[in-house]
Design a protein around this ligand. Structure first.
Ligand code: SF4
Length: 396
C-alpha cells in the first residue's frame, strides 16, 4: 500500500487555512485573480472547493434538489447546485471537517469567466444573498492563441479591480506587495508542476487520485509562503521515491491520462479499480490546470492576465488537442480516458470529436466515460467498471 507522508502536513495546512479565515474575506473562482486579492490582505475563499467537498463527501445528492426547487436546473454545474443547495439547507461538510458553521461571510465576491459562464450566475446569487459587492472578469474565450490584444483587455479588467479592493479594505494598492504575492504563486506553481512531472517516471510515485487531494494548497493558498513550502516538501518526498524506484504500483501494465473533472464521490473506488488492474493513471488535464507558466512578477498585471487567459479550459479545440498530444508524449501514455461530466460541458472534451482526432494525431487509444463531478445520478458504477476494465485489457 503506497503512502505519501506529506499528507499529514497537507491536513494541518488545510485546517489552518479554513480555521484562519478572518475578515476581510474575498470569494474567488478557482482560476480567478487570487494573487491580486491576497495582496490587499483578503483571506480568499473558493466556493468550487466547497463544491468538491460536497461531492467527495457524497452529500450533493441530498442538496441538489433544494437548488432545483429554487429554479436551478439539475442539468447545470453540480458544484453550483450542490453549493446553493447546501446554503439553502443550512448544511456544510466544513462543520465536521474543520468545526466551521459554514463558509466565511464575503466582503467581496470576484469571478472570472475564463472557465465558464456558470460562475457568473453562481457568484451573483451569493452576492445577493450576502449583500456583498460582486466583480466579474470576462475574458475572450475558446482561444486558438492568446494575443497581445487579449492580454491587454484582461489586464485592464484586473486593474479595474484595484479601486474596488481599495475601497473595501481601506488599503492603498501596493504594487510591490502584488509582485511579491505573484512571485510566491509562481514559485508554488513551478513546484506543483515538478510534483506532477515526477509521474513521468515509471513507476510513477503519485497518481491522478492522489494529486486531486494534494492540489488543495495550489488552489486555495496560491500566493502564500505556506503553499510554496508544502510543494517543496511533497516534491522532495516524491523525488526520493523516484530515486529508490518506488511507485504507486510496483509494476505498471499501462499508463493512462484522465481528461475532464474528477468524479469526487468515487475517487477511492476508482483508484482501487485501476490499482487492481495494474493501470497507472499518471496525468490529468484537471490537476494540470493550476500550472501557470506565465506568471512574472516583473509585469504582474499583464502576466496574470496571460496566465489566467491561456488556461486549457479557455482554449479552442485545436489548441486543446495539441496540449493533450504533448501530455501523451511526455507521460508516455497508452490510453486517454475522457470523463464526460454531464453537468459540466466546459470541462468535458469528448463531445466534438476530440478523442478521434487525438487518436489520429497521437496514435493513443481513448475511452469516453459518462459520469459527473458531484451528481452521482449520472454515473453508473457497474457499467463504468466494465468499460474501464475492458479498456485496460485492450491496452495491455
Ligand atoms: S467549469 Fe464546470 S464544474 Fe467548474 S464551475 Fe464551471 S460548470 Fe462548474
Amino acid at each position: 500500500m503506497h503512502t505519501i507522508e506529506a499528507t499529514t502536513e497537507l491536513k494541518r495546512l488545510m485546517t489552518a487555512y479554513f480555521q484562519g479565515m478572518r475578515a476581510p474575506v474575498a470569494w474567488c473562482t478557482s482560476v480567478g485573480p487570487a494573487e491580486l486579492l491576497r495582496s490587499f490582505g483578503f483571506e480568499v475563499y473558493f466556493p468550487e472547493n466547497h463544491g468538491a467537498l460536497l461531492g467527495a463527501t457524497r452529500t450533493s445528492g441530498d442538496l441538489i434538489p433544494a437548488a432545483v426547487k429554487a429554479g436551478y436546473s439539475g442539468d447545470i454545474c453540480s458544484y453550483l447546485t450542490s453549493d446553493i443547495g447546501a446554503h439553502l439547507s443550512g448544511t456544510t461538510p466544513l462543520k465536521k471537517q474543520y468545526g466551521l458553521d459554514g463558509p466565511p461571510r464575503p466582503d467581496l465576491i470576484v469571478y472570472n469567466t475564463n472557465q465558464c459562464r456558470e460562475v457568473q450566475d453562481w457568484f451573483t446569487y451569493f452576492a445577493k444573498e450576502h449583500q456583498a459587492p460582486v466583480f466579474g472578469i470576462t475574458p475572450p474565450r475558446y482561444l486558438d492563441q492568446v494575443t497581445g490584444v487579449h492580454v491587454q483587455d484582461v489586464a485592464k479588467q484586473f486593474e479595474a479591480l484595484v479601486p474596488v479592493c481599495e475601497q473595501i479594505t481601506g488599503t492603498r494598492f501596493d504594487i510591490d506587495r502584488f509582485r511579491e504575492t505573484l512571485r510566491l504563486s509562481r514559485e508554488a506553481t513551478e513546484l506543483w508542476k515538478s510534483v506532477l512531472a515526477t509521474a513521468s517516471n515509471s513507476p510513477a510515485p503519485i497518481n491522478f487520485f492522489d494529486a486531486t487531494i494534494h492540489m488543495g494548497p495550489i488552489v486555495v493558498l496560491r500566493g502564500t509562503q505556506e503553499a510554496k513550502d508544502y510543494y517543496a516538501l511533497l516534491l522532495k518526498e516524491l523525488q526520493g521515491k523516484v530515486a529508490r524506484g518506488e511507485g504507486v504500483l510496483t509494476k505498471e501494465a499501462c499508463r493512462i491520462y484522465w481528461d475532464g473533472m474528477p468524479i469526487w464521490g468515487k475517487l477511492r473506488t476508482l483508484s482501487d479499480l485501476f490499482a487492481k488492474n495494474r493501470a497507472a493513471v499518471v496525468a490529468s488535464t484537471y490537476c494540470n490546470s493550476w500550472v501557470f507558466d506565465a506568471f512574472d512578477e516583473r509585469d504582474p498585471f499583464a502576466s496574470s492576465a496571460l496566465a489566467y487567459t491561456e488556461i486549457f479550459i479557455n482554449r479552442s479545440e485545436r489548441a486543446k488537442t495539441e496540449i493533450l498530444g504533448r501530455m501523451v508524449k511526455d507521460f508516455r501514455i497508452d490510453g486517454v480516458i475522457f470523463h464526460d461530466a454531464k453537468t459540466c460541458f466546459n470541462n468535458s472534451n469528448a463531445r466534438f470529436g476530440m478523442p478521434q482526432r487525438l487518436k489520429e494525431q497521437s496514435g493513443v487509444e481513448t475511452l469516453v466515460l459518462e459520469g459527473d463531478l458531484c451528481d452521482l445520478r449520472f454515473y453508473s458504477e457497474g457499467q463504468s467498471h466494465t468499460k474501464i476494465e475492458a479498456f485496460i485489457e485492450q491496452l495491455t
